[in-house]
Design a protein around this ligand. Structure first.
Ligand code: FCB
Length: 477
C-alpha cells in the first residue's frame, strides 16, 4: 500500500509481477583477480600497482591489502563448486597480468597461466561459461615505473599480454572483455589519485584514458586474428547524469560530467571520435597532442558486445558563483577541467558506499547505449550493492541487497521490453572481497566471507538469485 507521506524512494521499485527473461539469458556473477585471489607472492606473481598502493601507508582504509583477500587462489575448486551450487551459468573473472607475465613484458609465466587454465577447466566441467576480463586494474609495477598508462608504450604492452593469454586460453574461452572500467583506471588512478597508482594530474588522466582505449583496440585486433570465433568486447562503467534543476547552468554541468564519465569512452569506442564539446572542456588541461593518426580507428575496431557496469546516477549542479576555484593542477580531481561542478545528493536511499539507489537509471543507461550508439548485444557485467551485513545463527539475511538486485533486474527486463538487446547480467559480486581503497570494510558479496577463517556463507540474496536463475526470471509478488 502506498502512503502519501512516504512516497516510494527513487529506484526502489516495488516488487511486481512475474517477469521471465529471454531464453538463453546469461546469468552470472563477477569478481576480479586482485580483489579475491590473495597469494600475492606465489606462483611467480610479482607486484602490480595495487600491491604497491595498498602497501603504502594511508592509501587504503585500515591499511588493508590484497595479500590474502579471499584466498581464492588456493580455494578455487571449492569456490567453483559453490558457484555450481548457486546455479550460475557464467562466471566473470579477471586474469592478473602480473601473475601470467610478471614484469609486464617478455615471456609468459607458465605457473600463472596454469592457474587460469585450471579455473577455466573447472568452470567448464561444471557447465559454467567462463567470461574472461584481461585487465581489472592490476598493471605490473614495472610498467608503471616506465610511465604507466599515460605512456603510449603501455598500450602495446597490453596487446602483447592479450596475445599471450589468448594463446593459452583461447581454445576454451569464448567471451573476452579487454578492460574493466577504463574511467576508473584513468581518472581515479591518475586524476584524483584515489586508486592505484595514486597519481594526480589531469593531463595524465586524459592520456591514460586514451592509451587504455588504444590498448583495447590493439588487443581486440590481436584476439580476433588468433581466435576468430571469440566474442570480444569491453566493459565501461556508465552513469546517467542529471542536472539538479532546470537552470541552464546545471544542464551545462551535467553535459560536462556526462562528457567525462560516459562519452569520453563511448564515442571513441563506438564512433571513432572524441566529442567536440569534451575536447573544448578539457582545453586548459590538454591539447590532445597525444592522439596520433589512426588511433581512433584502432580504438573503434569492431567488437561483438559491450559490457556495462551500472551502480548509480550522478546528479550535478553548476559551481557556486564567486567560490574560490583552485586551478586544476592544484586540485586533484577525477573530473579534470570540471572539478568545480557540484555533486548533489537527493536524500533518497543509499547503499553503504553512499551511492544512491536508482534502478530506473539502469533502464536509461541501457537504452541510451542501444539507441544512441550501437546495435551490439549488451551485457550488464556488474551491478550490485554494499550493505552492512551481520551473521546471525550462521545466516546472513541481506534483505537490502536482495531488494537492490530485484529492482535492478526488473529494470533490466524493462529495457529488454523496450527493445534493448540485453543478453546477460552479472551480479557484483560473487563474494565479499577487497573493495579497493575501502579495503574489506565494504561488503558487496552474495556470499559472506569470514576473513579470519575463510569460511563462506551464501547470504539470502545468493539463495534468491539461484532461484531467479532456475526460473529464468523473477517471481511475482
Ligand atoms: C566497480 C569495480 C569492481 C567493484 C565495484 C563495486 O567499479 O569494477 O571491482 O569494486 O565497483
Amino acid at each position: 500500500m502506498s502512503n502519501p507521506n512516504h512516497p516510494p524512494a527513487v529506484g526502489v521499485l516495488e516488487q511486481g509481477p512475474e517477469l521471465i527473461f529471454p531464453p538463453g539469458f546469461l546469468w552470472g556473477a563477477a569478481t576480479a583477480a586482485y580483489q579475491i585471489e590473495g597469494a600475492a607472492t606465489e606462483g611467480g606473481r610479482t607486484p602490480s600497482i595495487w600491491d604497491t598502493f595498498s602497501h603504502t601507508e594511508g592509501r587504503v582504509v585500515n591499511g588493508h591489502t590484497g595479500d590474502v583477500a579471499c584466498d581464492h587462489y588456493h580455494r578455487m575448486p571449492d569456490d567453483v563448486r559453490m558457484m555450481a551450487d548457486l546455479g550460475l551459468r557464467s562466471y566473470r573473472f579477471s586474469v592478473a597480468w602480473p601473475r601470467v607475465q610478471p614484469g609486464g613484458s617478455g615471456p609468459a609465466n607458465a605457473e600463472g597461466l596454469d592457474f587460469y587454465r585450471r579455473l577455466v577447466d573447472e568452470l567448464l566441467n561444471h557447465g559454467i561459461e567462463p567470461w574472461l576480463t584481461l585487465y581489472h586494474w592490476d598493471l605490473p609495477q614495472p610498467l608503471e615505473d616506465a610511465g604507466g598508462w599515460p605512456a603510449r608504450d603501455t598500450a602495446g604492452r597490453f596487446a602483447d599480454y592479450a596475445q599471450l593469454v589468448a594463446d593459452a586460453l583461447g581454445d576454451r574461452v569464448t567471451y573476452w572483455t579487454t578492460l574493466n572500467e577504463p574511467w576508473c583506471s584513468a581518472f581515479l588512478g591518475y586524476g584524483s589519485g584515489a586508486h592505484a597508482p595514486g597519481r594526480s594530474d589531469g593531463a595524465d588522466a586524459v592520456r591514460a584514458g586514451h592509451h587504455l582505449m588504444l590498448g583495447h583496440g590493439l588487443a581486440v585486433q590481436a584476439l580476433r586474428a588468433s581466435r576468430p570465433s571469440a566474442q570480444l568486447g569491453v566493459t565501461v562503467n556508465l552513469y546517467p547524469v542529471t542536472p539538479a534543476s532546470d537552470d541552464p547552468a546545471d544542464a551545462d554541468a551535467a553535459r560536462r560530467i556526462d562528457g567525462l564519465a560516459n562519452r569520453f569512452f563511448l564515442d571513441p569506442l563506438l564512433r571513432g571520435s572524441y566529442p567536440a564539446d569534451l575536447v573544448a572542456d578539457l582545453k586548459q588541461v590538454t591539447d590532445f597532442g597525444h592522439v596520433q593518426d589512426g588511433d581512433l580507428t584502432t580504438i573503434a575496431t569492431p567488437m561483438d558486445l559491450v559490457g556495462i557496469n551500472y551502480y548509480s546516477r550522478h546528479v550535478v549542479a553548476a559551481p557556486v558563483e564567486g567560490a574560490q576555484q583552485e586551478p586544476y593542477w592544484r586540485a586533484p580531481s577525477c573530473w579534470p577541467g570540471s572539478q568545480d561542478v557540484r555533486f548533489v545528493t537527493r536524500g533518497v536511499p543509499v547503499t553503504d558506499m553512499n551511492w544512491e539507489i536508482d534502478a530506473p537509471g539502469l533502464v536509461e543507461t541501457l537504452r541510451r547505449v542501444h539507441e544512441e550508439y550501437t546495435d551490439l548485444p549488451l551485457y550488464v557485467t556488474e551491478n550490485g550493492s554494499a550493505f552492512v551485513d551481520e551473521v546471525v545463527d550462521g545466516k546472513v539475511d541481506d534483505a537490502d541487497r536482495l531488494a537492490y538486485f530485484d529492482a535492478h533486474l526488473r529494470a533490466a527486463h524493462e529495457a529488454i521490453t523496450a527493445g534493448v538487446p540485453l543478453r546477460g547480467y552479472f551480479a557484483w559480486s560473487l563474494m565479499d572481497n577487497f573493495e579497493w581503497a575501502w579495503g574489506y570494510t565494504k561488503r558487496f558479496g552474495m556470499v559472506w566471507i569470514d576473513y579470519d577463517t575463510q569460511i563462506r556463507i551464501p547470504k539470502s540474496s545468493a539463495r534468491w538469485y539461484a532461484e531467479v536463475i532456475r526460473r529464468n526470471g523473477l517471481a511475482g509478488q
